[in-house]
Design a protein around this ligand. Structure first.
Ligand code: HAM
Length: 424
């Protein structure tokens, strides 16, 4: 019986995996420039971590988590996102005491959400994310947005839209919450079951409902921006000023509420505006989460970050017809003729590899033509041909597949010659 891959997951095969490697490398380089350091946290965490941070009325927590009991009867969850784990680690490792502040971290790894699979939506997907914890300077909000924007630009994407909003501080949120309740309460019967529950617990979540998106009361709902207190407004103004200073075009959308509960002040998303991108146009999202460190038992340490999935980045590249500059070559393919030469290339291949060259030989007893074809398929820069006569004379024939030039060299000099040739 054939067993297939679980729904919403994918194999990333050679040919495709090179794109992932290219993207991962580039993202790490960008983090280096922006001075974010890598953090690696476990793939599973205590379930409570996500209930407390992401929020127990969010879709992620109520419908999408892969939660299981381990053999010690602990409730564990495959991480649906990275922020909760990073903040847990910040608190647990007392990073607020580190000399260098704020703490700027990035992560790259699989996340798990039991969502309905469709284009751009997987059950296992890879997020790249950053978190800056320990600063309440709006300049770092602008930096985080700039990092996300720079990342997309560096891959050649041009049809991008940056959307920002402010979700205000706690005081502003309380005022807005009351206004939302008053707005929705008289007609809440016309909304879905989830929204009816959300009215009391967290009315802002109603604005994020996928089912009731078209209800007329959604369009007329009170905007958070009208309820920002002075401090929250000032903060938002500063973020906008800094973004303008960084030449990052953006739009303000007061309906941007995000799907996680920990946000305060700045929230943002970057969308693809490319035609044919499909229903889900959000490439990445993030925002500020002041108060989350305290919620997870730590000292006050305001934070901001974002996350993007590599899957959606790849979709955006495809829709914008962007080919990543991936060059896959090897330095040398060893072609052999006759049994003695074939045997000899076993050791010779290893010598080349030990010397730092990428090299391959035939394992399928191919004729010489077939070996040359194999070298071509691997985009070998050089082919070194060893026949019975060459072997007797301790020579080998080196041919550049690019120029067709050939040269007979001493076998003992092959490494040096290839290193010399491939140094450019
Ligand atoms: P999020 O909006 O839930 O935020 O997810 C961020 C990004 O992860 C999305 O914009 C998308 O690129 C990707 N993503 C989410 N779900 C899926 C899926 N099912 N399939 C493919 N890609 C997906 C967060 O996760 C926050 N932790 C972001 C953050 C970091 N906020 C502050 N710091």
């Amino acid at each position: 019986m054939q067993i297939n891959i679980p729904r919403g997951t994918q194999d990333i095969l050679p040919g495709e995996v090179e794109k992932w490697q290219y993207i991962e490398k580039k993202l790490k380089e960008i983090c280096d420039k922006f001075q974010y350091n890598e953090i690696r946290t476990p793939i599973f965490e205590h379930t409570d971590l996500f209930l407390r941070s992401v929020g127990d009325t969010t879709d992620i927590v109520t419908k999408e988590m892969y939660t299981f009991e381990d053999r010690g009867n602990r409730s564990l969850t495959l991480r649906p996102e990275g922020t909760a784990s990073v903040v847990r680690s910040f608190v647990e490792n007392k990073m607020h005491g580190y000399a260098s502040q704020p703490i700027k971290l990035y992560y790259l790894g699989p996340m798990f959400r039991y969502e309905r699979p469709q284009a751009g939506r997987f059950r296992q997907f890879v997020q790249f994310g950053v978190e800056a914890i320990g600063s309440n300077d709006p300049a770092i909000d602008a930096e985080v947005i700039a990092l996300a924007y720079t990342a997309y630009k560096s891959f050649g994407l041009s049809k991008l839209k940056v959307v920002i909003n402010s979700l205000g501080d706690t005081e502003s949120r309380v005022a807005h919450r009351e206004a939302l309740m008053a707005h929705f309460a008289p007609n809440i019967g016309e909304f879905c079951h989830d929204c009816q529950n959300r009215l009391e617990k967290n009315p802002m979540r109603i604005l994020d409902c996928k089912k009731d998106r078209e209800h007329p009361l959604m369009k007329t709902a009170p905007s958070i921006l009208e309820y920002l207190n002075e401090e929250s407004s000032r903060y938002f103004e500063k973020v906008k000023t800094y973004l303008a200073a960084l030449n990052i075009p953006f739009e303000v959308d007061s309906n941007l509420v995000r799907g996680l509960d920990y946000y305060k002040h700045t929230a943002f998303e970057i969308m693809s505006e490319a035609e044919g991108f499909g229903a889900i146009t959000t490439l990445c999202g993030g925002g500020r989460y002041n108060g989350l460190t305290e919620e997870l038992g730590g000292p006050e340490a305001p934070g901001i970050g974002f996350a993007m999935s590599i899957e959606r980045l790849l979709s955006a590249l495809k829709v914008e017809n962007i080919e990543l500059p991936i060059e896959k070559t090897i330095d040398c393919y060893l072609v052999s003729l006759g049994d003695a030469a074939k045997d000899y290339t076993v050791g010779l291949l290893h010598t080349l590899r030990q010397a730092g060259l990428s090299a391959e030989r035939d394992y399928l007893d191919r004729k010489i033509k077939g070996q040359f074809k194999a070298a071509d398929r691997l985009h070998a820069k050089y082919v070194a041909v060893l026949g019975e006569d060459e072997l007797k004379n301790n020579k080998i024939n080196v041919k550049s597949l690019e120029t067709g030039e050939q040269k007979e060299v001493e076998l003992s000099e092959l490494v040096a010659v290839l290193k010399d040739f491939t140094a450019y």
